[in-house]
Design a protein around this ligand. Structure first.
Ligand SMILES: [Zn+2]
Ligand SMILES: [Zn+2]
Length: 164
């Protein structure tokens, strides 16, 4: 039982690493034509970017339905990451839901601010904070944004952080 929980927990941590790399090198790379919808103003509840979430859900369900006990724990970890992502990213940061909770815990506020700074850069290049469950401090991200702006002066200035 403890081994299964450890596998589940390690999968969550691994998913954050995989998600960070995928966001940086795939979604802001060849997958930008889908992810772009998430970086632009849009109407409606769905966006092309949700295809990535659908792929994650299919992978999680596939692992849980087809795998043995160990693989099912991995599938549960993938599903858990997806659910945490939907809850915090879509619910708390982007407030796509009718109920709009505000992040009060320091950890949640850090994630919230970091993700707003990810969206502060227009376009696919020179963005910061590609992870979600781990976020550098706001001071570190501001430094990275300043550095990226001096590298590419065409970028728009980041918008001031919104206070929830
Ligand atoms: Zn992005
Ligand atoms: Zn976002």
């Amino acid at each position: 039982m403890i081994a299964h929980f450890l596998i589940f927990f390690c999968t969550l941590v691994t998913m954050e690493a995989v998600g960070t790399l995928a966001h940086k090198y795939i979604m802001h790379g060849p997958g930008w034509w889908l992810h772009r919808s998430h970086h632009e103003e849009h109407l409606g509840a769905l966006e092309k970017n949700d295809v990535f979430l659908l792929a994650l859900a299919l992978a999680a369900v596939g692992l849980m339905v087809l795998g043995d006990a160990v693989v099912q724990c991995i599938g549960a970890g993938v599903a858990g990451y997806g659910l945490i992502y939907v809850f915090f990213h879509d619910g708390i940061v982007h407030r796509h839901w009718p109920v709009r909770p505000s992040p009060r815990h320091p950890y949640l506020r850090r994630l919230y601010q970091a993700h707003l700074m990810h969206h502060a850069v227009k376009g696919r290049h020179n963005s910061v904070s590609f992870g979600f469950l781990y976020a550098p401090s706001a001071a570190t991200l501001k430094k990275q944004l300043r550095a990226s702006r001096t590298e590419n002066t065409d970028n728009a200035c980041p918008e001031p952080l919104q206070q929830p």
